[in-house]
Design a protein around this ligand. Sequence first.
Ligand code: 13P
Ligand code: 13P
Ligand code: MG
Ligand code: MG
Ligand code: MG
Length: 384
Amino acid sequence: FLITLSIIKADTGGFVGHSAVHPDMMAAARHAMDRAVRSELLIDGHVASCGDDVSLIMTHRYGADSQLIHSFAWDTFQTTTGVARELGLYGAGQDLLSDAFSGNLRGMGPGYAELEFDERPSEPVVCFLADKTEPGAWNYPLYKMFADPFNTAGLVIDAKMHAGFVFEVYDLFEEKWICFDCPAELYDMLMYIGAPARYVVHSVRSKTLGETAAATSTQRLSLIAGKYVGKDDPVMIVRAQSGLPALGEVLEPFAFPFTVGGSMRGSHHAPFMPVSVGHAHPARFDGPPRVVALGFQIHDGRLVGPRDLFADPSFDEARHQANLAMDYLRRHGPFEPHRLPLEDLEYTTMPQIQARIANRWTPLPSPPVPATAGRPASAGAAKS
Ligand code: 13P
Ligand code: 13P
Ligand code: MG
Ligand code: MG
Ligand code: MG
């Protein structure tokens, strides 16, 4: 039967700094979630966190962008903000950018990934939660899962996967979207999604099954108070098995700690570290950015689980490499490519600096006319 899986997340206060969510906030969110399940708004729900972001993982029958579900999430985040204020936690209500809820969460600060589907007899799903990075962080792993046969054996040897997948990609700057039919249009797509600060995969669909297999919290950006919002600490849903990538194919891209934009002040490249729920607390240089993977079997809409999928020694080497990569990048300090390019910085002093010293920038003199001017090009060209 048709159900919707929604992950709605927000940072409503950090304990300590931006590193984690306080247990009292988690308890308040769980209490709200239990009530919503008992009142039958939700079929089932699970509260989780990664870093300083709270995620509400919910199954229900209201479809994506439902006013009922979004307003429940908004109210729950107001409650956790209240707890954060009482405890003086850092950035209480950080991601709640509007004073009043109006229909759905678009442009209000919280992020959400939602997928409506006909539940299969067995429905394995993975909920990925990240902190200290942006939605473009999912581009690389989605490409690996659904388009790279060196990652996903099923693309070659599973008859239901061999035809490939369609990727829906958003251009965050120009508010446009496009679908790429892979593998035929793989090289065209990589030209775009290789630039994850601007082009972001929103969903992936199986060509054979006609089913949506993955959805991310890529939203249209909203310009609020001179700052783009909705580009922060993303979540993702991936369905697995039976014509979709196997669980191990879904997790495999994270065995390489590729670099993402985020970490300290949202303004640095740093390795994306797969961790267990207990280790999802970015501390060093507010990083490295973390990702957790919660596995569920959904049955009659019930969330059977979660299993903490990166709590597995086979990801130890990725964590070790992430620490080495962090050492390497950190030594660049304020230099690129550790610090993000000027246009991608989340914090910047450039406008003030420019205003203060603009008049000290002096045009360079025009280059002197070379003494050799007018001689034929070949003369003097040969070196001894
Ligand atoms: P099992 O034999 O353990 O069920 O594994 C099947 C499989 O295809 C794993 O990818
Ligand atoms: P969050 O988006 O996780 O709150 O991080 C903000 C930041 O600036 C960390 O240094
Ligand atoms: Mg924060
Ligand atoms: Mg965060
Ligand atoms: Mg954030």
